[in-house]
Each structure stands twice: as C-alpha cells, then as structure tokens.
Write a protein that binds this ligand. Structure first.
Ligand code: FAD
Ligand code: UDP
Length: 368
C-alpha cells in the first residue's frame, strides 16, 4: 500500500492550490487525483490546431480585488491586461451588459447625459421590493420589470431551467447596474489573463517533487490502495456521501465549438442571447480572451443542460437545504477538508476559490 501524507481529490483551483501549499510549505507528500484527462479543472485551456487558445469549459476571466490572491498566483504566471466586455443581443441589436447608461438610452430612446439623470430614471422605473428574497426581486428592485424581462428573465431560464424568482438573489445579483458609460463586465482592481494560459499556470503550480498527479481516475477507484493522514476533497459533496440525502443538482453546459475563416466573428468576446427563441445562452470568441492575432477564429456556443460535468451549484432554497444536510455530515469527517465550488456548493469565482483555499490551508495547519 503506497503511503502519502495528503490525498487530494480534484486538480482545479481548490485542489491544486492546496497541493502546492502542502508540498511547498509543509514539505509533505501529496497525491492529487483527477477524474478528467487534464489538470486545471474548469479553467482548463488548450491550443487548437490553428493555434488559438480556447477555454474548454467556457470563458474564464481572472478578476479580483485581492492583492494577496494576485500575488500568490503571480508565483506561477505572468499576466496580460484584459478587461472583458459583453453585449446582449436583443431585437437584432446589441446592448452593453451590465445595464449602463448606453443600454438605457438605446432601449428607451433617451439621451441621458449624467449619472444623476440615470439614477433618477431608475428611481422612476424600479419596483421597490423588500425584503429581497430572490433574483427577480434583486433586479426588479434596481431597474424595474421591463429591463428585467428583456435582459434577465429568458437568459436566466435558459441558463438554470429556473425563473429568477426561484433562485437566490445572489445569482442575478452578480450583475451590477451602472449609472455611467462603463462597458466593462467587471470593475475589479485587478483584471488579467495568465500570459501563457491557465493550464500552464497549473502546470507550474503542481511542478513540485512532493506532488504526484494521477489523471483519468475517480478517487473512489484508488482510495483503498493508498494510505494517508489527511484528505482534501474538491469534488461534488453529494458524491462523497454516496447521495445519502439525494442528488444535489448542478447545472452543466454543452459547448459547441466552431471554426470560422474570418478575422473576427463578432463584435466582442461575449454576446449574450437574451431572447427565448435562441436556444443557446452565449457565444464566446476565444481570440479576444487570448489577444492572439491570427487570421481565423474560433467561437463556442453554450447550451445549458443537467447532464455532464457539474459546473454550477443551483442556488435555490430547496438545494440549499439538501446541501446543509451534507454539510452536517462533512463536519463530522475530522480528517477531510471540503473545499471549492462543488464541495461547498458555492457559486465561487476563481479568485474566491483561491482566497478560500489559502484560508482553509492556514486553518488546517493551525489545527482548526
Ligand atoms: P473545479 O474547477 O470544478 O475542480 C474540481 C475538480 O475535481 C474537477 O477537475 C473535477 O474533474 C474533479 N473531480 C470531481 N469529482 C472527482 C472524483 N470523484 N475523482 C477525481 N476528481 C474529481 N470564475 C472566474 O473567476 N471568472 C470567470 O470568468 C469564470 N467563468 C466561468 C465560466 C464557466 C462556464 C464556469 C463553469 C465557471 C466559471 N468560473 C469563472 C468559475 C471557476 O470555474 C471556478 O470558480 C473554479 O474553477 C472552481 O475551482 P474548483 O477547484 O472549486 O472546482
Ligand atoms: N444573467 C442574465 N442575463 C445576462 C447576464 C447574466 O440573466 O445577460 C443572469 C443569469 O442568471 C446568469 C447570472 O446572471 O446565470 C450570472 O451571470 P454571470 O455572467 O456571472 O454568469 P457566469 O459567467 O457565472 O455563467
């Protein structure tokens, strides 16, 4: 029986950051097992035949306000400045998302000039909701029913197979409302892409004599063949407990990639299709993300579905209650740390996973 100090399940951000910290800071032997054929989890990117770097599991834009997270990841990558822009396609026209002054002027045929004018307009159209109990409340309370229906209702239903009123306020609440003309998707202080891609960043993170990586392997198939003191689990929490409280729903996506013999296929990196009649949610043009200058291009259309890789926790009251039952089991597992988007059933961004994992590492070494 082969012996390791720590057994880690999942080579995404949570598992790989833990592996790196444990190997480099504690000088302990780590076995990292990953069921997919590659490291980097959902941040995995790879070069297509025509040389374009594609994000296999949807666009991953690194954005954070945390200097600590940025500094930590900078040990493994250089960065390229990148600020993401998204347009919504509606009635054969394009509108900035998040909703801002330009969106408003275009939809309502106005010519509002200042932030105050926009703020006053929203005050007139918003429908006050209190308390904010769901995603519909969160948006209608800011921009009113009409904009909610145009930009959020259908897109959200396609994405989740749930209406915004069934989802936690935090889901649509990820998208702010702007009074100015700022067309950037994020306003975080630090917004970058790893210069050589995410997979390279992960390769450097895991390149340590104390880390052994096994791919293409479900952890349950090897756990009985090894011995270890501690386990870090970053897979779906319901699977760990053999679904004793039932399946915890996760949303998946089918990505349809297409090559085009064009310099650019669309106006910006991401177009959201907010109308019900279009079955996909968004189209991403990968060249914008990598900044490559190549004569042809690759896009991916996203079709949300239930089957497939579990990408997103579905934040409803019912699922939260199921998760809580699993969480109660998780705290009883003294030698297992549950970490990351799937194990904690949280809609984390990459920087939040890194911050949270670094915190869990500190708690672990302090015996908490
Ligand atoms: P994961 O990356 O899911 O890693 C978990 C790993 O565990 C997976 O590789 C999985 O295969 C493995 N695993 C699961 N079960 C087992 C098992 N039984 N045995 C062995 N291995 C197992 N975040 C941003 O900050 N910016 C973005 O722009 C952004 N865009 C996104 C777009 C999409 C379409 C998606 C789905 C996510 C996006 N995210 C974005 C979120 C980001 O992907 C996550 O925050 C991050 O990847 C989570 O890391 P993780 O380690 O918790 O999970
Ligand atoms: N959303 C929407 N319309 C949009 C953009 C987002 O309704 O044009 C809602 C939708 O429910 C989505 C959520 O806001 O799932 C969060 O959007 P985000 O872009 O953060 O989703 P992600 O990139 O995580 O898929």
């Amino acid at each position: 029986m082969k012996r390791y100090d720590v057994f880690i399940v999942g080579a995404g951000f949570a598992g790989s950051v833990m592996a790196e910290r444990i190997a480099s800071q504690l000088d302990k032997k780590v076995l990292l097992v990953e069921k997919r054929k590659h490291i980097a989890g959902n941040a995995y990117d790879e070069y297509e035949e025509n040389g374009i770097l594609v994000h296999r599991y949807g666009p991953h834009i690194f954005h954070t306000n945390s200097k600590d997270v940025l500094e930590y990841l900078t040990k493994f990558s250089e960065w390229r400045k990148y600020e993401h822009e998204v347009l919504a396609f509606y009635k054969n026209d394009y509108f900035p998302i998040p909703i801002n002054r330009i969106t408003l002027n275009k939809i309502y045929n106005l010519s509002l000039q200042t932030d105050t004018e926009v703020e006053n307009f929203f005050s007139a159209v918003r429908e006050k909701r209190y308390p904010i109990l769901n995603s519909e409340d969160a948006i209608v309370n800011q921009v009113g029913t009409e904009l909610f229906k145009i930009f959020f209702e259908n897109y959200t239903f396609k994405q989740w197979n749930k209406y915004p009123k069934e989802l936690s306020p935090s889901v649509c609440g990820r998208i702010p409302t702007r009074f100015n003309n700022d067309c950037r998707y994020f306003t975080d202080k630090y917004q970058f892409m790893p210069k050589d891609g995410y997979t390279k960043l992960f390769e450097r993170m895991l390149d340590h004599k104390n880390i052994e990586v096994i791919l293409n392997t479900d952890y349950k198939n090897i756990i009985s063949e090894i011995s270890f003191d501690k386990m870090i689990y970053t897979g779906p929490i319901d699977y760990f407990f053999d679904y004793i409280y039932g399946k915890l729903p996760y949303r998946s996506i089918r990505f349809e990639f297409e090559n085009h013999d064009l310099e650019y296929y669309q106006k910006c990196a991401q177009i959201n299709y907010v109308e019900e009649s279009v079955k996909y949610t968004r189209v991403v043009e990968h060249k914008f993300l990598s900044g490559q200058k190549i004569s042809n291009t690759i896009i991916s259309r996203e079709y949300p579905q239930f089957n497939g890789e579990p990408f997103y926790p579905i934040l409803t009251e019912e699922n939260r209650n199921i998760f809580k039952r699993y969480e109660q089991e998780a705290v009883k597992q003294k030698n297992v740390v549950f970490c990351g988007r799937l194990a904690e059933y949280r809609y984390y961004n990459m920087d939040q996973v890194v911050a949270n994992t670094l915190k869990k590492f500190e708690l672990m070494i302090n015996g908490k």
